[in-house]
Design a protein around this ligand. Structure first.
Ligand code: SF4
Length: 231
């Protein structure tokens, strides 16, 4: 694949010091030649949040403008693939629901994905940290998982969507008083930190359970795929 192509500016976005950013976008004449940094693509079942239990194709993009200490995704190594190559891989997967994730998928050219993939019958869901405003009329499901409990100075700019999924680390839920108005479904998910022991994670799970019990507008989200040992 040719990596020496003309560059196009990324959207203006807040980037913290330790961030691993993806390559800049490239200008191409044919959308199918657009190149994306792909960490992995796999066909699985959504493990968490509103669509838990729903078969989906996951496209994990490289790079993120944040660097959360508990992050469980390796988004710093990727393979550059054209959209044509991505579609070829997906055609072997019997599924039409795509989850765009990362890293931070909003750093990618989502409009190009929409132009090509939606006419092919795919629905596009995204899981984003909310720091970048998403294009309109491209995504069928927007899940914002804000990280302002870790980065209080980083603004959440995508303040509307279908699902707000907060990773709970002991923060006061009043942090979301304003943001939650823009979302239909509210989920609180215990932080599962693979670097910590079972006792630490178990305590955090129980604590999240109690917070949801006391705040019934929120629902508990558990990362069931981790318990099943699948991606
Ligand atoms: S925003 Fe998400 S992908 Fe990025 S570092 Fe934080 S947890 Fe990882």
């Amino acid at each position: 694949m040719d990596d020496t192509v003309e560059l196009q500016a990324l959207p203006i976005v807040q980037v913290i010091d330790d961030a691993v950013m993806p390559p800049k976008r490239q200008l191409v004449d044919d959308d199918l030649d657009a190149v994306y940094p792909i960490v992995e693509m796999f066909h699985s079942v959504q493990g968490e949040g509103f669509h838990a239990g729903t078969p989906s194709i996951f496209i994990r993009f490289g790079g993120c403008n944040l660097a959360c200490p508990w992050c469980d995704t390796e988004f710093d190594k990727w393979t550059n693939m054209t959209l044509r190559e991505i579609i070829e891989v997906m055609q072997s997967m019997p599924c039409k629901r795509i989850v765009l994730t990362g890293g931070e998928p909003a750093l990618q050219d989502l409009e190009c994905l929409g132009r090509v993939l939606k006419p092919l019958g795919y629905s596009l869901a995204i899981e984003t940290n909310g720091t970048i405003v998403l294009p309109e009329d491209v995504l069928d499901w927007v899940c914002v998982s804000p990280k302002d409990q870790e980065y209080p100075k980083v603004a959440i700019r995508q303040d509307t969507g279908d699902e707000l999924k907060a990773v709970w680390l002991g923060q006061d839920l009043s942090l979301y008083d304003e943001l939650k108005r823009g979302f239909e479904h509210l989920f609180l998910q215990p932080c599962y930190d693979e670097s910590k022991d079972v006792e630490w994670n178990g305590h955090n799970f129980r604590a999240t359970f109690e917070v949801v019990r006391a705040n019934p507008e929120w629902r508990l989200s558990i990362q069931t795929h981790k318990w099943m040992g699948v991606s």
